[in-house]
Design a protein around this ligand. Structure first.
Ligand code: KG4
Ligand code: ZN
Length: 340
């Protein structure tokens, strides 16, 4: 049996802990969401988020250990997200992980949140894990699209990343959230827009697809402004919310798919891998499958959004290489995806 890792994730508004065996088997995956609390602000309120983490982190860890039915002595390492994310939120997880690692004499694995999103594809139900031979699926193009990040990454091997492009303004998930706010659909916006779009006509309104100077960059702020202008023009009463939601979703997805498709061709990638909260989007999954001309892999929806299982999956590779963190491990709010 492979290594047993307790992973902790507190980079944004989910307090999460998971126990992972062998880098891919989920023994437990506990997520305490603050979404309801932040809904009244229409987004994440950083100070509220850190204080909620302080309240919930220990109960969440206890629950993860109980559900996995393991004790402290069974663990081989402690993994924790140390960036990117909100500084105050990250600090809660990092300090908790340090305390447990010190007390239990376990190695500490500071883990990159974005690498976690990518490695969610190697977990339990992950296709990469199940299909023999697919460990050699490289090079592949990963689309990492969440509330804080949107980038296209060429993955040449495990831990070997080249960022091909990124958003020059809003992240894709942020675009979903902001447009949802304009349509008064609540927070988080992605799932709300997806639902409203089900009964909308995506062609009812003509919405823009942004061009960018660099071929693999994204831009979503023009779309947001177009929706704002449309809402103003049509007025709040009798707003065709479902049609606008469908049109906006189609535009975001179209931009994401088109750039990914181009990157796949340019770098002759064998697979497309979707990661981050936006990878939960149905239309993105369907359109990518229809247009990418390569097999498209994505985690089940609850492993697309923030969770600690994905942190354990990414950390397992570092554990095997003895790539441990020192006791002065710090939080890095703007941490990039770096080769390790
Ligand atoms: O990865 P994640 O949980 O947190 C960050 O690291 O940011 O992503 C959250 C983002 C939010 O912006 C949310 O609106 C979006 O992912 N999201 C979706 C869907 N589910 C979550 N966007 C589109 N469609 C969805 N079904
Ligand atoms: Zn995330």
């Amino acid at each position: 049996m492979g290594e047993l890792i307790l992973a902790i994730e507190t980079s944004c508004d989910e307090t999460a802990a998971a126990v992972i065996r062998d880098g891919c088997r989920i023994l437990s995956n506990v997520v305490a969401s603050q979404a309801e609390m932040h809904a009244k602000y229409g987004g994440v309120f950083p100070e509220v988020a850190s204080r909620e983490h302080v309240l919930k982190i220990i109960p969440v860890i206890h629950k993860a250990m109980e559900q996995a039915d393991v004790g402290w002595r069974d663990l081989n390492a402690l993994a924790v997200t140390h960036g990117p994310g909100l500084a105050g939120s990250l600090l809660v997880g990092v300090n908790t992980a340090k305390g447990i690692a010190l007390g239990q004499n376990l190695p500490l694995l500071g883990t990159n949140h974005l690498e976690g999103h990518i490695y969610a594809n190697w977990l339990d139900a992950g296709l990469l894990h199940l299909e023999p031979g697919m460990e050699d699926a490289f090079p592949l193009v990963a689309l990492v699209a969440s509330g804080g990040h949107s980038s296209l990454v060429l993955m040449r091997g495990h831990g070997d990343y080249v960022e091909l492009g990124h958003t020059i303004d809003d992240a894709a998930g942020e675009a979903f959230d902001k447009i949802a706010r304009l349509l008064r659909l609540g927070y988080p916006g992605g799932p709300a827009i997806q639902k409203a779009a089900e009964s909308g006509d995506p062609t009812a309104f003509k919405l823009p697809r942004a061009q960018t100077k660099r071929p693999f960059d994204f831009s979503f702020s023009g779309l947001k402004t177009a929706v704002l202008n449309l809402v103003k023009k049509l007025g709040d009463d009798n707003l065709p919310i479902n049609d606008i939601a469908a049109g906006a979703q189609a535009a975001i997805v179209d931009m994401l798919v088109e750039k990914t498709r181009l990157a796949v061709e340019e770098y002759n990638a064998q697979y497309v891998l979707l990661a981050g909260g936006v990878a939960a989007n149905n239309r993105l999954r369907e359109e990518m499958r229809a247009r990418a001309a390569r097999p498209v892999l994505y985690p089940p929806p609850k492993l697309c959004v923030d969770n600690a299982a994905m942190i354990g999956a990414a950390a397992a590779r570092h554990y095997r290489r003895g790539d441990f963190s020192r006791w002065d491990l710090d939080v890095i709010p703007n941490l990039k995806l770096v080769n390790r």
